[in-house]
Design a protein around this ligand. Structure first.
Ligand SMILES: [Zn+2]
Length: 247
């Protein structure tokens, strides 16, 4: 595998490496970290370097196999996105795409009720975001109650908010936060994420016991994890393109 670094002009922020004939763009950030690392959390390759590191090239060279594998996985996930019908002009709600017409009008079927909205009007975009948040909460809340009873734990409050790097998180105070982008996911995956997060109130780390208990709730949890991995990158791309401006 060949490694090549390309810097575009004076911009240190926009670089790419050549991996198997493809230019993979990446960014470099320097932080107070002990060891350098690579991340693909938002679908974009990020090299996180300790402040004393001048050059990212040795790190990238060493990890080129990993970069190649991850990049291909992400591209496959995005191809799946296109196959689903995602083209940046549609709205993705609970795992289904709804076509946005030329004039900005979109009709969302929530299974029983439909909501019509014009995304060219800012107030209506805001209204739709509120509706999606409420709908998402009405999926998340009963599931959180169900699993908290099952696992014998209590949670404090539930928040729906923008999260850049995670689907969900929980705090020491027992608050659960869920990424607004969960509203893009099919409902079975939303339940799966809620189960995972509630279980963290009982078990902090992803150890054997954790996955064993998840496996008791979701026999196909490996498949769910794989789907979530693909959806993550799909949703990152979607949020960059979406008329809801959620990135
Ligand atoms: Zn976790």
């Amino acid at each position: 595998m060949r490694f090549m670094r390309r810097s575009s002009g004076a911009s240190r922020r926009c670089r790419s490496i050549r991996v198997n004939g493809t230019d993979v763009p990446y960014r470099v950030v320097r932080r107070e970290v002990k060891y350098p690392r690579l991340e693909f959390k938002t679908g974009e390759l990020l090299a996180v370097l300790p402040k004393s590191w001048k050059d990212e090239a040795p790190l990238l060279e060493k990890k080129i196999e990993w970069i190649s594998r991850k990049y291909e996985e992400i591209q496959r996930a995005l191809d799946g996105f296109k196959a689903l019908g995602g083209n940046g002009r549609d709205l993705l709600v609970f795992g289904k795409f709804f076509r946005i017409r030329e004039n900005g009008a979109v009709k969302i079927d929530f299974g029983g009720t439909t909501v019509e909205c014009n995304l060219k009007e800012r107030r209506q975009v805001k209204r739709l975001r509120t509706i999606l948040k409420e709908r998402l909460l009405s999926e998340v809340e009963p599931a959180a109650l169900e699993y908290s009873q099952k696992f014998g734990v209590n949670f404090n409050r539930i928040f729906i908010r923008k999260q850049r790097t995670k689907w969900a998180s929980c705090s020491a105070k027992g608050n659960l936060s869920f990424n607004f982008l969960l509203a893009c996911l099919p409902k079975d995956l939303i339940r799966y994420i809620v189960c995972h997060e509630v279980l963290h109130l009982k078990r902090k780390s992803h150890d054997g016991n954790f996955w064993e208990q998840i496996g008791r709730e979701f026999e196909n949890y490996r498949e769910m994890e794989k789907k979530l991995f693909e959806y993550w990158f799909l949703v990152q791309e979607y949020s960059r393109l979406s008329p809801l401006k959620i990135s």
